[in-house]
Design a protein around this ligand. Structure first.
Ligand code: MRU
Length: 342
């Protein structure tokens, strides 16, 4: 099944995307026609997952340029620069968001002395489209690279959603599983539900079921038990940012890494090079904290006293010594053996 998560709608000069908050009940697309709307969509997790956020950031800059009424190129670039700052700040942890925004801004800076406003608009869109196309191609390669680590019959535990919904398509952690299945390897998955926003149950379980890849849903606190029972061969997760010393990913990832180590199970991270941020260390990275009601409530249902104090970090950091290997489009890296990013 071919499914793109985010795209440019030329006719309406808007960003098209799947509204992931509606899954698994409804598969519906929305149209995003302003930077304000895009930031709302990012914050509400209508579009989410590091590589998809990279594409969203890039398309956001193209959208700001397309919708600007400025005819003077300097005024246009000024407006686009302001929009870029707003988009970059929408969510702090996944480095791909600012990476996508910055890549389009760099393309515009190269032509700023010579281009007219229509050329600036066209260049912004062309760079955003390249980022989206590259994401699809990169994930295919990354998936094939990672599939070499899986044996026929392997059972893989994953957390959150690092699938096609988290990217423009195919997926990173789930891309590895898709590639293994495409090679004819019998592969099945334990998907952790991923409290509090349930990306594992709403999205991962949905996309694997759509592709007929066997998936068993568990609550996050069951991971230790299934590992102890010998039901898991490998853990594969995605990443939002990889610094010199740690992998940032959805809250709960660190616990799975500790459990995997305790049970002698390989713990793999699958991520494109755009997720690497080797100029920083764990201590430099802001972990997004989200609304308390994501934990206190479930839709209309109150799950906890309305005023109870809550701590709701959206991500955690896993030190590299707990990571068996990082799977990228450029190959497989053992911990502390980071790729040359030039
Ligand atoms: O808050 P989310 O849903 O954007 O978090 C997503 C994750 O943590 C994913 O595991 C990560 O972005 C990798 S996506 C290939």
């Amino acid at each position: 099944m071919s499914l793109r998560t985010i795209w440019w709608d030329d006719e309406n000069r808007a960003i098209g995307m799947i509204d992931q908050t509606l899954l698994p009940e409804r598969l519906e697309n929305i149209e995003v026609g302003s930077v304000e709307q895009l930031c709302e969509a990012i914050l509400a997790l209508r579009v989410r997952g590091a590589p998809a956020l990279g594409a969203a950031g890039a398309y956001g800059v193209a959208l700001a340029a397309a919708r600007s009424e400025a005819t003077d190129p300097v005024a246009l670039l000024d407006e686009v620069q302001k929009a870029a700052g707003i988009i970059r700040a929408a969510r702090p942890t996944a480095v791909n968001l600012s990476w996508g925004v910055d890549r389009v801004m760099q393309a515009l800076n190269k032509i700023r002395e010579s281009a007219d406003s229509d050329e600036i608009r066209a260049a912004a869109l062309a760079e955003a489209e390249s980022i989206a196309e590259e994401d699809l191609a990169i994930n295919r390669v990354l998936g094939d690279v990672g599939a070499s680590l899986l044996e026929d019959g392997d059972v893989v535990l994953t957390h959150c959603n690092a699938g096609r919904l988290a990217c423009v398509g195919w997926g990173t952690a789930l891309g590895v599983i898709r590639s293994a299945v495409a090679e004819g390897k019998n592969t099945s998955v334990y998907s952790c539900e991923t409290r509090p926003l349930h990306q594992g149950s709403r999205l991962t379980a949905w996309e694997l079921s759509e592709d007929n890849i066997p998936v068993t849903l568990i609550c996050d606190n069951m991971a230790g038990m299934v590992m102890r029972q010998g039901l898991v061969d490998k853990v594969i997760v995605g990443a939002d940012r990889i610094t010199k010393d740690a992998v940032f990913n959805k809250i709960g990832t660190y616990s799975h890494a500790v459990l995997a180590k305790a049970h002698g199970i390989p713990f793999y991270v699958a991520a494109p090079i755009s997720t690497f941020d080797l100029s920083h260390k764990e201590k430099d990275v802001e972990i997004e904290e989200r609304d308390a009601d994501e934990i206190r409530r479930l839709g209309n249902k109150q799950l906890a006293p309305p005023e109870v104090k809550v701590y709701n970090p959206a991500f955690d950091a896993t030190p590299l010594d707990l990571v068996t290997a990082i799977i990228t489009e450029r190959g497989i890296y053992r911990p502390l053996e980071m790729p040359d990013l030039e």
